[in-house]
Design a binder for this molecule. Structure first.
Ligand SMILES: Cc1ncc(COP(=O)(O)O)c(C=O)c1O
Ligand SMILES: N[C@@H](CCCC[NH3+])C(=O)O
Length: 457
């Protein structure tokens, strides 16, 4: 068996999907063909074309249930898990997480609208952002959505808008707890040098300013220290720090009833990754908050957390069709696929690593070819895998890349005017479309040729 696809033989952890590389329903049939959600990936591409995003409903629901169950098990107070919709925002995802009792974190009017259209109750939505527009703030206030204030400008805008509406609003405040964690510098957010949130040292002044406002009531605190984190210590420390800030806010007359510890739990993209389980992560956060509250005789706040990647990443795969091969003797063989950095910008942005296999020979039993898997964009760095071992393959064969449910579709672009792929939901042998494939014509929709140019031509 080829080393790079041994992951297909790992025992699947159904309770904490983030600990697997593949969706929990992944199987290989007697003809060596790959299935997810009891659907043949080859058949899906025959029907819906490629590249294709596929989401497995059971993996998604298992991830949501794991958060709910762990909160019930370890946190004796009230709690609300909130899905960070930046990971993968759609009407379908909003609907699914609402059906699992989750709230939702949005950072733009677009994400807010998607949440509301998908049926997330407004009282379970929180609105983030380090540069919210007035229009977005007004939208949130009109829809009774809780705003998480990120900086002084944000607070000032919120105060003016709430005064003009003569409308009382409850807010949460985001601060940087000064916690470092080992993850890519672009996705680290809890350190002092971050564009997000108030510095912890400025909170006293902030609490005083808020107490003098007419319509703003501070009811919650928020901190998020980063993403794709494998350590538990930073979140253990975070719980203690946040409870200290509850006490500080109390000195200024603010009664904090909600504590939002952000997201950040990592997932297994490759064999080298070993993230904690959802259960372990929630246990760490819960015990830390409970211990600090007990020590200070505080009532337990509503504990909120904001997972994104660990809800949706492992549930998603992307299927590509192989096109051209280019062998540079003694150096490498490029294998190009029909997508790339426009549907998955993570390798070129963060040097992210993934696992993959052939759809019709997943275990690669007969060969150890090494390929550099390139995308089709006009960019030398558009490489999905620097070196991937695959079985014998040829033009027209399909490759399945795992762990693409988060920050792929939501970060996709139309670079080189390449239309976005369709997205399909699979469950118990049924495949349903949740995002239509774009066409090149769709991409022309917003182009405008000024009249004087039309006259000239
Ligand atoms: C404020 C906030 N909450 C939640 C998340 C979700 O993080 P993750 O996808 O790592 O769980 C992010 C992204 O890093 C974030 O910025
Ligand atoms: N976009 C990042 C995660 C950042 C999350 C937002 N704070 C990624 O793909 O890993």
């Amino acid at each position: 068996m080829n080393v790079k696809t041994s992951f297909l033989k790992n025992k699947i952890n159904e309770d904490s999907p983030n600990k697997n590389i593949v969706p929990v329903t992944t199987t290989i049939n007697s003809e060596h063909k790959l299935f997810i959600g009891e659907c043949s990936l080859e058949d899906l591409v025959s029907k819906y074309d490629s590249p294709l995003y596929v989401l497995d409903e059971i993996t998604l629901r298992n991830s949501c249930k794991a958060y709910k169950k762990a909160l019930e098990k370890y946190y004796p107070g009230p709690s609300l898990p909130i899905y960070a919709s930046k990971a993968n925002s759609s009407i379908f995802m909003s609907n699914l997480i609402a059906s699992e009792g989750f709230g939702l974190d949005a950072v733009s009017e677009g994400e807010l609208l998607t949440a509301l259209k998908g049926g997330v109750p407004n009282e379970k939505i929180v609105f983030h952002g380090n540069n919210k527009s007035d229009k977005e703030i007004e939208f949130a206030i009109k829809n009774n959505i809780k705003v998480i204030v990120d900086n002084d400008h944000d607070l000032k805008r919120l105060e003016e808008i709430s005064n003009s509406f003569n409308h009382d609003i409850e807010i949460m405040v985001r601060f940087t707890p000064g916690i470092e964690c080992h993850t890519h510098e672009y996705i680290r957010t809890g350190s002092f040098d971050s564009k997000f949130g108030f510095g912890i040292e400025s909170l006293g002044r902030l609490f005083e300013v808020i107490s003098k406002t007419k319509h703003i009531k501070l009811t919650g605190l928020h901190a998020h220290i980063g993403s794709q984190i494998f350590e538990l210590d930073p979140h253990n420390d975070l719980g203690k720090i946040m409870v200290d800030v509850i006490l500080q806010a109390k000195d200024f007359g603010h009664n904090i009833k909600e504590l939002n510890v952000g997201g950040g739990l990592g997932i297994k993209y490759t064999e080298e990754d070993d993230p904690p389980s959802i259960d372990e992560w929630i246990k760490t956060v819960s015990l830390s908050v409970v211990k600090a509250c007990d020590k200070n005789n505080l009532n337990l706040p509503i504990l909120m957390c904001e997972p994104g990647r660990s809800i949706v990443s492992t549930a998603g795969v992307t299927i590509y069709k192989i096109g051209s091969f280019k062998e540079i003797p003694g150096i490498r063989t490029y294998l190009s696929v029909d997508g790339g950095m426009s549907d998955n910008p993570r390798p070129i942005t963060y040097q992210s690593k993934y696992s993959a296999c052939l759809v019709n020979n997943p275990l690669n039993s007969n060969s150890k070819n090494k390929y550099t898997v390139a995308g089709k964009h006009c960019e030398s760095g558009d490489v999905l895998f620097k070196e991937l071992e695959l079985g014998d393959c040829k033009t027209g064969d399909l490759i399945c890349v795992f762990g693409t449910g988060a920050y792929n579709n939501s970060m996709s672009s139309n670079y080189n005017r390449i239309p976005k792929p369709a997205a399909i939901l699979v469950c118990n042998g049924e495949a349903e479309i949740i995002q239509k494939r774009e066409s090149p014509h769709d991409l022309l929709k917003y182009d405008v040729l000024p009249d004087r140019f039309i006259k000239q031509s």
